[in-house]
Design a protein around this ligand. Structure first.
Ligand SMILES: N[C@@H](CCC(=O)N[C@@H](CS)C(=O)NCC(=O)O)C(=O)O
Length: 222
């Protein structure tokens, strides 16, 4: 194991933040797990502050999260996770250096940016914004959680025996899926995995929203 002292930022990392964004939360969770100093720059996504010129000048895609670390400004949650791990995690355990370990984490980044964003994250936004469940997104969420549950039968964490950025990236929208009407009741291994992450030293959760009645998954056609 690499025992070199982890570098520290000279000044707190600035995190452009909204408290209900799971994309932001995965970055905040990792900052907390690494025990890095950070300060929050609030951005009201619902008031479309992400589309104002000042914000577009730091992220032309108009989305949080963004971090500013010294001279560096960086957008995109998974890119930020990689940067923080490479820059500040001397143990190298969160973003493995070896070919297979790195590829396993990248695979879950793709799932986070694909089925997780399109399924549970979108189902939750539909409830937060529209107050009604989004049935195709709920159905897709159940497909994803079924696959995650199967994966977690062979390893306690998504990319193997120890926690990595794969788990950090998938945690927030999975833990908060019930807020979109997606019950986690059918997925015991997913629920145990969430508990394992929540037991990590310095774990920090995301603000909770109202949990509606779960959509009856059996009633959703394939
Ligand atoms: N691929 C981006 C997605 C980020 C994203 O979807 N951010 C949402 C909040 S969860 C946002 O800022 N939406 C505001 C907008 O689109 O105006 C990432 O991983 O950081």
């Amino acid at each position: 194991m690499n025992t070199a002292a982890a570098p520290r930022p000279a000044r707190p990392i600035r995190l452009y933040h909204h408290p209900l964004s799971g994309h932001v939360h995965r970055v905040e969770l990792f900052l907390a797990l690494l025990d890095l100093p950070y300060e929050i720059v609030p951005i009201d996504v619902f008031k479309r502050e992400t589309r104002e010129p000042a914000f577009l000048s730091i992220n032309p895609f108009g989305q949080v999260p963004v971090i500013a670390d010294g001279e560096l400004t960086l957008a995109d949650s998974n890119a930020i996770l990689v940067y923080l791990a490479k820059r500040y995690d001397a143990t190298r355990r969160w973003m493995p250096d070896d070919a297979v370990g790195a590829a396993r984490v990248q695979r879950w980044f793709s799932i986070a940016a694909g089925p997780l964003a399109a399924g549970p994250a979108s189902a939750r936004v539909a409830m937060l914004v529209g107050g009604a469940p989004a049935l195709p997104q709920v159905r897709d969420s159940h497909r994803l959680f079924g696959l995650m549950d199967a994966q977690l039968a062979s390893s306690p964490f998504l990319a193997g025996a120890a926690p990595t950025l794969a788990d950090v990236s998938l945690y927030s929208y999975t833990a908060h899926a019930p807020e979109g009407g997606v019950s986690l009741e059918p997925y015991p291994r997913v629920r145990e995995w969430l508990s394992r992450i929540e037991a990590l030293p310095r774990f920090k959760g995301m603000q909770r929203s109202r949990v509606p009645e779960p959509v009856d998954a059996a009633a959703l056609s394939a």
